[in-house]
Design a protein around this ligand. Structure first.
Ligand code: ATP
Length: 500
């Protein structure tokens, strides 16, 4: 196993052992693509979510003109009127696994393509439309199969070929192998029935992305609040996608959380705001402990852009399973005025914006920084995971203090009568302001080791000197160095260190 794969395995094991992330329905053997967050995982996820909300909605960035920009939040339903998904293009479009050819730019239904796989395992496999005639097949074999005939091949359907086999397939309209993408389900929405009956009239969908609820409330927000374009609407919440192959721990799951901002502005201002958001989002990831050196900004090539987007930058992170390459953490897309225009058409409700200053109406363009909250949590854990053979735990989580699930542990050196009450007093004093833990049992080395493994930046230990002079030791997670400070100074110490 490569080091990177080994690392990922260790991270998954630590997440379970220490209570960050468990397989959903663990005691029943799990359910593929679903995960539960344990006592520490939920704190970490809340910390990332709260920081995003603070930086977007409560204390948004300063705009190019020097004044804070304006962003408000919403929390919309997971289930909406199904017409919403017709307007967004999620239903009524492709409903089957599709395969794209990078060379011919054609898109095929995976179950409409047959593949001829050579019986002796030599040479490439050839893909054909399922309706291709024998003559067409023979003609292509003659050109591309080096003297082999139909009898030398076995027939398979493209959606039955394992993913590893795709690099060896020559697509239906090209001459070289390896241009087909893996099958992708275009309608990945989970459905349910609303009310007692379970017919098509009652069919509804779990949202596959949170942004739709923002567009549906665009008019409500404009009419009820004092926002003036340019402005943003933000939402954090669950999204559901029936992914064909959930994988890489929580990276690609079927139930996950997103943090999305829709930034509404005039078309002419799009380039300026697009750059603004790429910069702001980079700053955000750096501020929670992801260094820029571990990020890659992929300017998505024109031919791979969603049909409504004229520019998208994927902010990618070097996850252990993708290393040395990167994989998507966040997408920043210019969505044009596609969504509002579609919802206006399908709902019959006007969704334009009246600009009083310029005395004009327009449908705003949208820039969307869209990030996976749960994917972000994975990035934070992967980034924090640090092997250190010199400490008893062998590993520690180097979380940014503001993200750490527990900010400080209060540890009486022994469970003796004299140490415990003072530790309890400190704990009761701190817990209103900080997520702190009082841990009394086990020898001090094991308690430090546990705090290292869960990424607690500071441990305060109460010992005999505390009784004499009210000082405690502070142990720093990363350096393991210790210093003494007065109990009265602990709060200020934490306030200074855990800057947000
Ligand atoms: P991908 O290409 O990885 O399927 P996408 O481009 O379809 O992702 P978007 O629709 O742009 O993803 O979603 C925005 C963000 O939501 C992604 O950057 C990612 O962080 C998160 N996300 C999307 N799908 C999943 C998933 N199945 N599990 C966890 N997070 C996801």
């Amino acid at each position: 196993m490569t080091d990177h794969k080994e690392k990922m395995k260790d991270i998954v094991a630590l997440c379970k052992r220490r209570g960050f992330i468990f397989a959903a329905s663990d005691i029943y053997g799990g359910i593929n693509g679903f995960w539960d967050y344990g006592p520490l995982g939920v704190e970490l996820k809340n910390n990332l979510r709260d920081r995003w909300w603070r930086d977007m909605v409560l204390c948004p960035p300063i705009g190019p003109d020097g004044a804070p920009i304006s962003i408000v939040g919403v929390d919309s339903s997971i289930i909406q009127n199904p017409k919403c998904w017709e307007a967004s293009g999620h239903i009524g479009g492709f409903n089957d696994p599709m395969v794209d050819c990078r060379e011919s730019k054609k898109r095929y239904r995976a179950d409409h393509v047959v593949v001829l796989v050579s019986k002796d395992g030599e040479g490439a496999s050839l893909a054909f439309d399922k309706d291709a005639t024998d003559e067409e097949i023979d003609a292509r074999l003659k050109k591309l199969a080096k003297g082999k005939t139909r009898d030398d091949f076995e027939k398979a359907q493209l959606d039955q070929v394992p993913a590893e086999g795709f690099t060896n397939i020559i697509g239906p309209d090209v001459k070289n192998a390896g241009t087909l993408t893996e099958p992708r389900q275009f309608n990945m929405m989970f459905h349910t029935y609303v009310g007692a009956a379970s017919g098509d009239d009652n069919k509804a969908y779990l949202r596959p992305e949170t942004c739709a609820g923002i567009f549906l409330n665009f008019k409500n927000v404009v009419d009820s609040s004092r926002v003036k374009a340019p402005f943003g609407i933000a939402q954090v919440g669950k999204a559901f996608r029936n992914e064909v192959t959930p994988r890489n721990f929580i990276f690609r799951s079927r139930e996950f959380e997103q943090m999305e901002l829709e930034w509404f502005c005039e078309e002419e201002e799009v380039p300026m705001w697009f750059d603004f958001w790429v910069e702001e989002r980079t700053r955000f990831w750096e501020s929670v402990g992801i260094p820029k050196s571990e990020l890659y900004f992929l300017d998505v090539p024109k031919e791979e852009l969603a049909h409504y987007s004229s520019r998208t930058i994927d902010v990618e992170y070097r996850f252990p399973f993708s290393a040395p390459e990167f994989d998507e953490l966040e997408g920043i897309a210019h969505r044009g005025c596609f969504d509002l225009t579609q919802h206006q058409e399908f709902s019959g409700t006007k969704l334009d914006y009246f600009d009083q200053a310029g005395n004009k109406r327009f449908i705003p363009h949208v820039i969307e920084p869209s990030t996976g909250l749960t994917r972000g949590v994975l990035a934070l854990i992967c980034q924090a995971y640090t092997v250190d053979k010199d400490r008893p735990s062998g590993v520690y989580l180097n979380f940014h203090p503001a993200m750490a699930p527990i900010k400080a542990a209060i540890l009486p050196l022994t469970a003796k009568e004299e140490h415990v009450p003072l530790a309890q007093k400190l704990y009761l004093d701190l817990r209103h302001e900080f997520a702190v833990e009082l841990d009394i049992k086990q020898n001090i080395g094991r308690r430090y080791a546990r705090q290292d493994e869960i990424g607690t930046p500071y441990c305060f230990t109460v010992d005999n000197d505390t009784i004499a002079d009210q000082t405690v030791t502070v142990r720093d997670r990363n350096t393991m160095s210790q210093e003494r400070i007065h109990m009265d100074k602990v709060k200020d110490f934490l306030r200074e260190k855990i800057v947000g």
